[in-house]
Ligand binder design. Structure first.
Ligand code: ADP
Length: 405
């Protein structure tokens, strides 16, 4: 078999197409970019070769196929491209949001796989259709190059029934595949594999809680290197207090609002996914953690309440996960907030003193976007920041699939 080296990672969303190209010899990122506002007359391409200048400019991209044409040109641009020809790409890895019950691991794309991804459209209505469009654009443009689908839900499929079942009638749950799936799986997997090296433990004996905190946030309880439970559910709405997603609420709030406010399913969907949490209650007009922390510091009472709610929910889940998993090797932070907000990490870790966390305040304050231990030497529970790298994880999974016998 020919050597597999160059792997293109594609994340095709509803109105954007992001990409990153890797050389797998030493897992080096060669270039990256995105086309945004696909389908509008203000589509824009941003691209950058590793270590090179960032380019940005308007393009015509009414479809994902057109957007991908621009990506291909950018990658092979004679002036500043990373490749001489597109034929150098050995395989493409695609982020696919929802694998439903169909997929527990990354797969090589074929007709049956595409059919199964289509079957999951109901579960991921905003993401799965453009994810599939991205796959088809690559198939068309790069004939014969293998495509691999890597599912956001995949890593979580080791959860036992006690974690994933919803206590609703079995026939309904079965009819519509209603259960907890969990998301950010690629990130939780990357963090877990890196943590095994950091904690010098074989993956099969690693017990940690991974905290992916960004605009969307989720935790995972990792037992023996596998997901035992996670905070997101059927969709990414369940669990933590996020930028705009409500996370856990009593479902009766929906019936109440339906009756009193005449809100229908779509209105409730928008309310809970796009207009809740930090955005709704933080009093800053944004769901952004930086704005929230600044407002808390400035003495804004609403911001303080929202921040405390965010912290409380995380502490609640970490405590519960510790009880479920048993002795933890550590807690790991990642994602935009987890990697950068020493303010949020400090508040969370101080509350976790109840379960043996002692923060190294200086180390925490100094850690932004880099891997570092932020707990004190005498902390019973080590706490680390491990920057996530979902694109590299997708490239690794793709490499593994296409090189497997
Ligand atoms: P997404 O879920 O969209 O991928 P990210 O992982 O990029 O989100 O995280 C975005 C969040 O990270 C925002 O709430 C942002 O305020 C926060 N964030 C990014 N940089 C910093 C920083 N330097 N300090 C505090 N928060 C930060």
């Amino acid at each position: 078999m020919a050597t597999i080296d160059k792997i293109l990672v594609v994340n095709s969303g509803s109105s954007s197409l992001k990409y990153m190209l890797f050389s797998m010899k030493n897992e080096e990122m060669l270039c990256k970019g995105l086309v945004e506002r696909i389908g509008t007359d203000s589509a824009n391409l941003v691209y950058q070769r590793a270590g090179g200048e960032k380019h940005s400019g308007p393009v015509k991209a009414l479809t994902h196929g057109e957007a991908f044409e621009h990506v291909c040109k950018a990658i092979t641009n004679p002036a500043d491209g990373a490749l001489k020809a597109l034929s150098e790409v050995d395989a493409v890895g695609h982020r696919v949001l929802h694998g439903g019950m169909e997929f527990t691991a990354p797969v090589l794309v074929n007709a049956a796989v595409k059919k199964a991804i289509r079957k999951c459209f109901d579960l991921g209505p905003l993401h799965n259709p453009p994810n599939l469009t991205g796959i088809e654009a690559c198939e068309k443009k790069m004939k014969g190059v293998p495509n691999v689908a890597v599912f956001d839900t995949g890593f979580h499929m080791t959860m036992p029934a006690e974690s994933y079942m919803y206590a609703i009638p079995r026939d309904l749950a079965k009819k519509y595949s209603l259960r907890k799936y969990g998301f950010h799986g690629t990130s939780h997997k990357y963090i877990t594999e890196t943590a095994a090296k950091v904690f010098k433990k074989p993956l099969s004996r690693l017990n940690i809680v991974t905290c992916h905190l960004g605009n969307g946030s989720s935790l995972a309880a990792i037992k023996g290197g596998k997901v035992f439970d996670t905070t997101m559910g059927l969709t990414p709405l369940q669990g933590l207090v996020m930028g705009t997603r409500s996370g856990d609420i009593d479902p009766a709030v929906c019936f109440f609002l339906a009756k009193k406010e005449g809100m229908d399913a779509d209105a409730l969907d928008t309310l809970l996914n796009k207009k809740s949490s930090l955005l709704a209650i933080g009093g800053t007009g944004s769901g952004d953690m930086r704005d929230l922390c600044a407002a808390v510091e400035a003495g804004n009472k609403e911001a303080r309440e929202a921040f405390d709610l965010f912290v409380h929910r995380i502490v609640l889940y970490i405590g519960g996960y510790m009880a479920l998993v048993g002795k933890l090797d550590g807690i790991v932070f990642a994602g935009g907030i987890g990697e950068n907000s020493d303010y949020a990490r400090k508040a969370i870790c101080e509350r976790l003193a109840t379960i043996g966390v002692k923060l190294d305040k200086k180390a925490n304050k100094a850690t932004h976007g880099v891997q570092a231990r932020i707990s004190a030497d005498d902390s019973k529970l080590p706490v680390w920041v491990i920057p996530t790298n979902e694109e590299l994880m997708i490239a690794r999974e793709t490499f593994r699939i296409v090189t497997a016998k």
